[in-house]
Design a protein around this ligand. Structure first.
Ligand code: AMP
Ligand code: GLY
Length: 427
């Protein structure tokens, strides 16, 4: 099998590593890939969003299967375009990717099918949205841009002036471009958050091990929202009871709803859940693997990833084994100083070899230079990942490995896994 992976983050590195374990895989390309993937994939200098470029590449190269890992190419219809030229791929069609591409679509669907989520209203008119927040809405409330916004289109507003500013920024000043001209205003929910990635072929759904993201830039959940500064799996808040309820009230109804909408979802469906006093509720759907959730979940997958992915594409997931180990994983992200706002790149990274003796290092924003040195090339640079029998051990080892690695202005959180360890103690 010759496989093309579309994307270039830590998630894609983790997917590629897992695929490479299968002896059937004889070649991996990554478009655009990164400095870590360069060690075992051929990098293709195309943007993940370049649908025309990628299809042209597939016409001239013997690609048997593609994995579309990133949200924007999925929402642009990469899977549809590849299918048109006869290349099967892992990921939802454009119509199904709308579950992430439009928050309004996702919320309205949940309302139509009775899937538990925060109460909400939608607006495409600035004056009407203003009138709503001024007319006795309960605070805090949450303002969300309808479209993709690199994880930044969600603003939690504690007061009326904050809500007014959020609406002005999104709807008038178009801070998130077209993504924010329509908004969802929703009820603020409370409780621990859980990420659940699930394989689905549109008929059955197989949840993976749960995980916990750490979205804020600084320790103690301070600072700005980021793409994710670290993860642990499993998530101790995701008890068997919660999992059963989520399956009955959320996962199965979502697969069914997408079928009824004529948008059958095949690929990895990501459920961002909040475990509220009333049970699990959907905070967001993503149409893809999470990043950095994938980096802690896939190392625990005992089944063959390629077989499972192809079963999602072919509709044979019911007959396919999807099992996970009982171990725990921790991934600590090393980012460039200043991320997620402004940062410099091009700094030499040292200590990788020593760290690799202790942990799996998934590259994200890195580049391999002609002489083999690895330099920083993005906001999130590396994901230092360890699996162990206990979460405590996984966390300790991940930090030990992380401390072997240095580059100028390196930024990391020191408390990845601490909340989960506390919750484990309480359980
Ligand atoms: P999202 O980009 O949808 O993942 O949202 C970013 C973060 O905002 C989530 O991980 C939550 O922590 C928070 N959030 C989103 N919606 C709500 C809500 N309705 N209530 C409370 N927090 C929320
Ligand atoms: N880590 C959150 C996401 O992938 O959207």
């Amino acid at each position: 099998m010759k496989i093309l992976i579309i994307g270039g983050g830590g998630r894609e590195h983790a997917i590629a590593k897992k695929l490479a374990e299968n002896p059937r895989v004889e070649k991996l390309w990554a478009a655009p890939g990164n400095g870590g993937m360069a060690a075992f994939c051929e990098l293709v200098p195309l943007k993940a969003t370049d649908v025309e470029g990628v299809t042209a590449f597939c016409r001239t190269h013997p690609v048997d299967y593609a994995v579309v890992a990133q949200d924007d190419p999925l929402c642009l219809g990469m899977v549809d375009a590849l299918a048109e030229i006869g290349v099967p791929s892992f990921g939802p069609t454009k119509a199904a990717a709308e579950i992430e591409g439009s928050k309004i679509f996702a919320k309205d669907m949940m309302r139509r099918y009775g899937i538990p989520t925060a109460r909400y209203e939608t607006f495409d008119d600035y004056e009407k949205a203003l009138a709503y927040v001024r007319g006795g809405a309960a605070f805090p409330l949450v303002v969300k841009a309808d479209g993709l916004a690199l994880g930044k289109g969600v603003l939690i507003c504690g007061t009326l002036p904050e809500a007014e500013e959020a609406l002005t920024e999104m709807m008038v000043n178009t801070k998130f471009g077209k993504s924010g001209t329509r908004v969802v205003i929703e009820e603020f929910l409370q409780g621990p958050e859980v990420s659940v990635l699930a394989f689905t072929d549109g008929k059955v759904i197989r949840p993976m091990v749960s995980s916990m993201d750490h979205k804020r830039a600084l320790d103690g959940d301070e600072g700005l929202n980021t793409g994710g500064m670290g993860t642990v799996a499993p998530n101790p808040y995701y008890t068997e009871e919660v999992a059963d309820r989520a399956m009955r009230e959320i996962f199965l109804p979502t697969v069914e709803a997408m079928n009824k909408e004529g948008r059958t979802f095949r690929g990895c469906l990501y459920f961002g859940l909040m475990i509220t006093a009333d049970g699990p509720k959907v905070i967001e759907y993503n149409c893809r693997f999470g990043d950095p959730e994938t980096q802690v979940v896939l190392p625990l997958l005992k089944s063959d990833l390629l077989t499972v992915m192809q079963a999602c594409t072919d509709g044979t997931l019911a007959q396919t084994d999807v099992t996970f180990s009982d171990d725990c994983t921790c991934c600590v992200i090393l980012a460039s100083g200043g991320y997620p706002v402004k940062y410099q790149s091009g700094y030499r990274i040292s200590g990788l070899e020593e760290a690799e003796k202790l942990a799996e290092i998934y590259h994200a924003g890195t580049r391999r230079e002609a002489d083999g040195t690895i330099v920083t090339a993005g906001g999130r640079v590396l994901g230092v990942t360890c699996s162990a029998h206990t979460l405590r051990e996984a966390v300790d080892r991940a930090y030990r490995a992380a401390d072997c690695i240095s580059f100028r202005d390196r930024q990391l959180r020191r408390d990845i896994g601490q909340r989960a360890l506390k919750a484990e103690g309480i359980k």
